[in-house]
Design a protein around this ligand. Structure first.
Ligand SMILES: [Zn+2]
Ligand SMILES: [Zn+2]
Length: 347
């Protein structure tokens, strides 16, 4: 992997904000701050077409973020009214939070994969979400203190402005409906069920959202018992293999080349974590909860130092690995009074 966004990486290392950049003819990146998040910013991209501009991932919903986005557009000499389409790689609030505001000020349509829109529909039902989270946390084996902390922080998240639903649904292989631009959607589920990458086929640039980042591995979590998100993710890594675009434009951190080597590293990371997770389960005959297993996994920081939302992400990560091991017949899960216990299969 070769870093090409060197200004972005230098800024990252100095803990500064990266500059607005003209990435290629007709393509700009505008960093938009994510308030209170160690990832610090989302890279919002603008691509010119015959009738205006496409905006991909408008960023986090906050007055400072709005100022950074509109200030960045002004620097690129792009009037907000010239944005005709807003695309989101996925509906996490650091990417999709400001889409509604952009739509309001520009009249642009908002497009995403149907699975992301379906998530927004479920998210609209707060009561259902709250009950679902309680049952889920209990099943994970999370102690009451963690459950209370997390619910409190979720309520805070729930107070944020609601995120807008899609006007247009974009499926795998679709060309985005704007004139004079070949921008093709590539469905890459795993980080979320409807995550999309976008391939600018004319310039051979791949916008990877959170699917592929140069430094960190995206969180692969739990959607529901019927899904296998890690299997989806590994399949989505394989799907991009051999594409080798001229440059990779991720939604965080910095641009780079040699996508294949990054795909190999990410695949290897999950292979190692699968082995570690299996080892923890196999060493304990009696059955462990996801919470207990997450305590035993090696994270980039000590378990005790993780905030409740980070622990929740870690539990989700452990579950996606357990589901993959279960699908391969290497672990089993049994529900005991609403608590999921994971064990090695009986010999
Ligand atoms: Zn995300
Ligand atoms: Zn993100």
């Amino acid at each position: 992997m070769q870093v090409t966004g060197t200004l972005q990486r230098d800024a990252w290392q100095r803990a500064e904000f990266p500059p607005v950049e003209n990435v290629a003819p007709g393509v700009w990146s505008v960093p938009v701050p994510i308030i209170g998040n160690p990832l610090r910013y989302v890279l919002s991209y603008l691509i010119e077409h015959d009738d205006g501009f496409v905006m991909i991932d408008p960023g986090w919903n906050h007055p400072d973020s709005w100022q950074a986005l509109t200030g960045g557009l002004a620097q690129c000499e792009i009037p907000l009214s010239a944005v005709t389409a807003v695309l989101v790689t996925h509906v996490h609030p650091d990417h999709h939070g400001q889409s509604g505001q952009v739509r309001e000020h520009s009249g642009a349509w908002v497009g995403m994969h149907p699975a992301e829109d379906a998530f927004l529909e479920r998210r609209g039902n707060q009561g259902l979400m709250r009950d679902g989270i309680q049952t889920y946390l209990r099943w994970c084996g999370a102690p009451p203190s963690h459950r209370e902390e997390l619910i409190a922080s979720r309520q805070h998240v729930g107070q944020m402005a609601p995120m807008v639903r899609a006007e247009r649904l974009i499926e795998h292989g679709d060309l985005v409906d704007v004139p004079g631009l070949r921008l093709r959607a590539v469905w890459t589920p795993g980080h979320t069920p409807g995550h999309l990458c976008f391939h600018d086929e004319t310039r051979d640039l791949l916008l990877t959202g959170d699917h592929i980042l140069p430094r960190i591995t995206p969180n692969i979590s739990f959607y529901d018992m019927a899904s296998n998100p890690l299997d989806d993710y590994l399949g989505s890594l394989a799907k991009l293999h051999g594409l080798q675009p001229r440059e990779v434009l991720p939604a965080h951190e910095y641009r780079f080349t040699d996508l294949d080597s990054r795909l190999d590293d990410l695949t290897e990371h999950h292979r190692e974590r699968l082995a570690e997770t299996l080892d923890i389960v196999a060493r304990n005959g009696g059955g462990l909860t996801a919470w207990q297993i997450a305590n035993g996994v090696t994270w980039s920081r000590a378990w005790a130092d993780l905030a409740s939302f980070q622990r929740q992400a870690a539990i989700g990560e452990v579950l996606s690995h357990l589901l993959q091991l279960q699908a391969r017949g290497l672990v089993t899960e049994a529900d005991v009074d609403g608590v999921g216990l994971w064990a090695a299969p009986a010999a």
